[in-house]
Design a protein around this ligand. Structure first.
Ligand code: GLA
Length: 580
């Protein structure tokens, strides 16, 4: 069996120096029907390795559950990597950051008051042990010394940017080793002395994450990793976007020149991302450096392969740079033809406020519960008011967006990004309804694990409101609403619409969302993700394998207002204006 080790100054594969030329490709951000295509395109760019994170919260929506179907079939993904003749790096977290909801940590973890976050706290460690055992059961037989593709496993992720609990890192290493992982382990940190010290462990190879000033960064890494190969575990070749911000791109020439510098130094690399893919469903995370900024649905990342898996000029430039250092296969990666364009009328509107019972299940609560307690990402809260009006409605903190109705009439929106905490109601009496939306959990920094919903007391004047009814909206069920309820006609509040379109040949589609407000869309029950008129992205990617020859169903849940009930599929993506 092959053998992979860390040598004095290089990685050694069967005793011979081996340079890792890796590309990040997250199986959970790409439709499984396209995995083989994306892996092959990585090989054709000259890469020899595929790196992926593992998102704990996607595999374990509830404690004790570990799903591996469809887009979560890690074993199948790693086998496809092996079939392409490539190696693999697995980064199972438990924290992964990655612009992914909660950085991969399941929300249910934080239901236990006082549970530790990314430190050696018994309840946190017990949950991690359950999780890592399940993931590593898949990875163990796929290690290189067992005939599989896996060369390296990463411990935690940029831990030095968060904490300095060495006992936590040591416990993770113990769990990973006890689960039968024998390949070398690595950590990754941003290349500062403090972070490389706090986030690393002696005996575990330190690597760094950066996208510029490679020579200087590798020098810093060398000071903290005196022997062994140098590796940039995340060579940032692009960046991600927030709702309401610009679309980020990087210069092809500069990024390729930086890759050249890195490779000329002899270092190993993992290009982050080789292919970013999509935050399908409600999986995107958020940042909060004083202000909450949710991440968009596209994870195009301005990577060498675009969101739809087509090679970009950066792909060609990287291939050329790599060819200076390693053999690159002669075949050229293919691009898809422009996507079909047509309009689809939306009809049969079903309005949440007209009949919430057909959308979800009601429960009663003395005090306003969090979305976490309800296990909800979207919920309708109701209570009756009996005060002299007008009256001031206040909340501690809105996580993340609350749309307020009084007796069925819209009053306004409380938005976390604007730090909204109060709204004036025209009357202090009547039926108060609030639709509360979780827009994505923070994935970096100290707000990881925070609860969602209306946090702190909800007050009318000085009185804390009680006697709440909460209706949890199961978003997976939205495409099936028409089976149990009839159309209500347009009007106020969240509305689900549907339309049908015929396709000759199942290929990628791009759904234009710029004429709509804010919401979520599905094709054939597959959740494409969130859209929002703020942009920057103005299209949602519809992967070809989701589309069927013949009739297809499009469902749109509009939370705000959809002025024109018409869907348009367009020829290609529109990810919005870039920063000048
Ligand atoms: C860090 C993290 C990654 C990702 C990038 C930014 O390097 O380790 O998970 O969040 O930043 O894209």
């Amino acid at each position: 069996m092959p053998d992979f080790e860390i040598g004095e100054s290089e990685f050694l594969l069967d005793g011979r120096p081996f340079r890792i030329l890796s590309g990040a490709l997250h199986y959970f951000r790409v439709h499984p029907g396209s995995w083989a295509d994306r892996i092959e395109k990585a090989r054709l760019m000259g890469l020899n390795t595929i790196e992926t994170y593992v998102p704990w919260n996607a595999h374990s929506p509830r404690r004790g559950v570990f799903g591996t179907d469809g887009m979560l079939d890690l074993e199948r993904f790693l086998r496809l990597v092996a079939e392409a003749g490539m190696y693999a790096i697995v980064r199972p977290g438990p924290y992964i950051c990655a612009e992914w909801d909660n950085g991969g940590l399941p929300a249910w973890l934080f239901q236990q008051p006082g549970v530790g976050v990314r430190r050696n706290e018994p309840r946190f460690m017990a949950a991690i042990e359950e999780y890592l055992q399940q993931v590593l059961r898949i990875v163990r037989p796929l290690q290189i010394d067992q005939g599989g593709p896996v060369l390296l496993v990463q411990v935690e992720n940029e831990y030095g940017a968060f904490g300095d609990d060495q006992a936590y890192l040591k416990s993770l290493v113990e769990i990973i080793r006890q689960a039968g992982i024998a390949v070398p382990l690595v950590t990754v940190d941003q290349p500062t002395a403090e972070m490389l010290e706090a986030g690393g462990l002696d005996g575990v190879l330190r690597t760094a994450s950066f996208g510029s000033r490679s020579t200087e960064r590798l020098r810093t890494l060398r000071e903290h990793q005196p022997s062994g190969p140098l590796m940039c575990m995340e060579f940032w070749d692009g960046w991600f976007d927030h709702w309401g911000g610009p679309h980020h791109t990087t210069s092809v020439e500069e990024t390729a020149a930086e890759l050249d510098t890195l490779l000329a130094s002899g270092a190993s690399v993992n290009v982050y991302m080789f292919h970013g893919g999509t935050n399908f469903g409600l999986t995107s995370g958020a940042n909060d450096k004083g202000s909450y900024r949710p991440t968009i649905t596209s994870y195009d990342y301005d990577a060498p392969l675009d969101e739809a898996g087509n090679p970009t000029p950066k792909y060609e430039a990287f291939r050329e740079v790599i060819s200076r250092y390693a053999p690159v296969p002669p075949a050229v990666a293919s691009s898809a033809a422009p996507a079909p364009e047509y309009s689809v009328p939306l009809g049969e509107p079903v309005r949440l406020l007209a009949n919430p019972g057909s959308w979800g299940v009601w429960s009663d609560h003395e005090a306003m519960p969090t979305l976490d307690v309800l296990g909800a990402r979207l919920a309708l809260f109701r209570t009756d008011l009996d005060a002299e009006g007008p009256a001031l409605l206040t909340v501690g903190e809105v996580r993340d967006r609350a749309t307020v109705f009084l007796d069925g009439d819209p009053v306004g929106v409380l938005d976390r990004e604007r730090q909204d905490r109060a709204i004036m109601l025209p009357r202090g009496s009547g039926r108060l309804e609030i639709v509360v939306e979780d827009q994505g959990r923070v994935n970096y920094g100290s707000r990881i694990g925070e609860p969602k919903g209306l946090i702190g007391p909800v007050q009318l004047g000085s009185a804390v409101l009680s006697n709440w009814s909460a209706c949890v909206i199961d978003l997976d069920e939205v495409p099936r609403l028409w089976g149990s309820t009839t159309a209500t006609g347009p009007g106020v509040g969240p509305i689900a619409w549907r339309g049908s379109f015929d396709v000759d040949e199942p290929t990628d589609h791009f759904l234009q969302t710029s004429g709509w407000g804010k919401g979520v869309a599905w094709v054939n029950g597959f959740c494409l993700g969130r859209y929002w008129r703020r942009g920057p992205q103005q299209t949602l990617f519809v992967p070809g394998p989701v589309v069927r020859a013949g009739a297809n169903e499009l469902v749109v849940l509009e939370l705000d207002v959809l002025a024109d009930p018409m869907a348009r599929f367009v020829a290609g993506p529109s990810l919005g204006p870039v920063e000048l």
